[in-house]
Design a protein around this ligand. Structure first.
Ligand code: CO
Length: 144
């Protein structure tokens, strides 16, 4: 495991649409391990692969309830809305109010390539939406 550098706003890599992750091999596992390390070290609640310069549909989330690893995540259902402050490890020292769904269902694959489904409510829904947006080059500051 290793720490990776977090790309900051202004870098084009944050604005690209990421590619589907097709292989579930040691390279992916190292990426996921490094992303979790990097997120915890930076005291974030989520990190997406483009934030470490990798244009793949991969992200990690931990809002304090355990690590969630998502490969090729897609939001399949959303309902309600919530307003709340949001930050991003790629946008230092800034917190802004963003409207997000109150509940989401996300379909993804785990590190082995198995299909998983995650249901998120409240802050978890917010974190999932934020990280999945990164995979399409969208930053939360676009939504304020
Ligand atoms: Co972010």
């Amino acid at each position: 495991m290793a720490l990776r550098n977090i790309v900051k706003v202004g870098d084009d890599v944050l604005r690209k649409v990421c590619r589907t992750q097709m292989t579930f091999d040691e390279k992916l596992w190292s990426l996921l391990d490094d992303m979790a390390d990097t997120m915890y070290k930076a005291e974030g609640v989520g990190l997406a692969a483009p934030q470490v310069g990798i244009l793949r549909r991969v992200c990690v989330v931990d809002i304090g309830e355990g690590l969630i690893e998502l490969v090729n995540p897609v939001i399949t259902e959303k309902s309600g809305f919530q307003k709340g402050n949001e930050g991003c490890l790629s946008v230092p020292d800034r917190f802004e109010e963003v409207v997000r769904p109150m509940k989401v269902t996300v379909r993804a694959q785990n590190r082995k390539g198995e299909n998983i489904e995650i249901k998120g409510d409240g802050f978890l829904a917010r974190a999932l939406c934020h990280e999945i947006d990164h995979l399409d080059g969208i930053l939360y500051i676009d939504k304020i």
